[in-house]
Design a protein around this ligand. Structure first.
Ligand SMILES: NC(=O)c1ccc[n+]([C@@H]2O[C@H](COP(=O)([O-])OP(=O)(O)OC[C@H]3O[C@@H](n4cnc5c(N)ncnc54)[C@H](O)[C@@H]3O)[C@@H](O)[C@H]2O)c1
Length: 367
């Protein structure tokens, strides 16, 4: 066995990550799921490549003929078809074939871009996900959604392409900047609110340890969230039902993200969207006012925004209505029955939606 300390020897699959404290046994784990793998293209960005490509490359070199590294520019602005095209050309120039593998080393942007390139190159080659942000570890690396933005709309073009392996090493979160870490906490809080009230209360009880990024605390939240997401996507891989729950906070969150021209991070907008969904749930008499306050306080504790200033409520409403997750002109919205129990519904009215949006605008959205 390699020097990699096994943190949690959970059953892993195309859905569930393998969680480790180092990249020590990455090569042997990849070999188990991809015994024919010839060459690997590690795709990272200008932050993850300098930090971790060497270590990952060493782990994979032990089992692969050749290991190459391709560096993308970092940031959402580059989650575009032209970035994918450049990566596809690099794969083609190196004569990558169907036995070869793409390894996505980075956050959600790298995972989505590299996963999409792997989905369409030669009509699909294998990808392994090596998530390095909190958001990617608890969310985006799991479930096989890949893609890019188009014309200012998030994730408009893409494919479902399940990774052969998700290899998650929470120790790399130590180099993540505070704002990115907080944004990941937006998805963590969302996941707890959906399914796991004990996790939500643990986020409050062990808040200081999480903020100090203590390995035990990080392991607990990454494992718990990954397990919840993996369970949902394994039961509903193509989003026919339950998977829609993962959009809690995302409908209004996405609209605010677009309205703010992506100046706020995805997880920050999810946080604001969670508050809107909680307020709408309370207005229906489902969620207690105390619980709304608790959710708000938790987001604030982790350094997340819970409102936006100076925004136009009607414009955000229009953007929300043009969300691609609308069903037959009607928005599919996720609400909370309680902390730890969410449901989706197609009967949210325009009035409720406007109320939810206004509830997160500091001046009530009146211009
Ligand atoms: N596919 C899915 O199911 C899914 C789900 C949720 C979100 N997403 C997508 O994920 C993207 C957001 O992902 P993200 O929040 O990870 O952002 P990101 O990929 O842009 O990463 C954030 C920043 O952190 C840097 N970074 C990454 N790992 C680091 C590390 N360990 N140390 C230091 N710096 C590091 C990156 O270079 C980048 O600058 C969005 O495009 C969103 O649409 C996809």
């Amino acid at each position: 066995m390699s020097d990699s300390k096994v943190l949690k020897d959970q059953a892993h699959s195309a859905f569930s990550p393998l969680i480790r404290a180092s990249y020590g046994d990455l090569g042997s784990e990849m070999r188990k799921v991809l015994p024919e793998a010839g060459r690997v293209m590690i795709v990272g960005d200008d932050h993850t490549v300098p930090l971790y490509a060497e270590e990952v490359s060493q782990a994979l070199s032990a089992v692969c003929k050749e290991v190459h590294v391709y560096m993308l520019p970092s940031g959402e602005a580059h989650k575009q078809l032209r970035t994918v095209e450049r990566l596809l050309v690099a794969l083609e120039e190196m004569h990558f074939d169907r036995h070869d593998v793409v390894a996505a080393l980075g956050g959600g942007v790298v995972g989505d871009l590299a996963g999409f390139a792997a989905a369409i190159y030669l009509r699909g080659i294998s990808v392994i996900q090596i998530p390095t942000t909190l958001l990617a570890q608890v969310d985006s690396s799991i479930g096989g959604k890949t893609g890019v933005d188009l014309d200012g709309y998030k994730n408009m073009v893409g494919a479902f392409h399940l990774p052969a392996l998700i290899y998650t090493n929470p120790s790399v979160l130590s180099t993540l900047d505070a704002r990115q870490f907080a944004a990941g906490m937006g998805e963590v809080i969302k996941t707890a609110l959906l399914k796991d009230s004990a996790l939500f209360h643990a986020l409050r009880a062990s808040g200081e340890a999480v903020m100090r990024r203590e390995s035990g605390a990080l392991l607990q939240i990454v494992s718990a969230c990954a397990e919840i997401k993996a369970g949902i996507v394994a039961r509903d891989p193509k989003e026919r039902g339950e998977r829609a729950l993962l959009n809690l906070g995302h409908t209004i969150g996405h609209a605010i993200e677009k309205y703010m021209s992506f100046s706020l991070l995805h997880g920050e907008c999810v946080s604001i969207g969670l508050i809107a969904a909680a307020q709408m749930s309370a207005a229906r008499g489902l969620l207690a006012a105390d619980d709304v306050r608790l959710i708000r306080d938790t987001c604030l504790f982790y350094g997340l925004p819970v409102s936006v200033a100076g925004a136009d409520a009607e414009r955000i409403f229009d953007i929300t209505k043009s969300d691609k997750k609308m069903k037959g002109g009607q928005i599919r919205f996720v609400l909370l029955k309680s902390i730890g129990e969410a449901f989706y519904t197609d009967d949210v009215t325009d009035e409720e939606l406007r109320f939810g949006i206004r509830s997160v605008l500091e001046d009530g959205g009146i211009k």
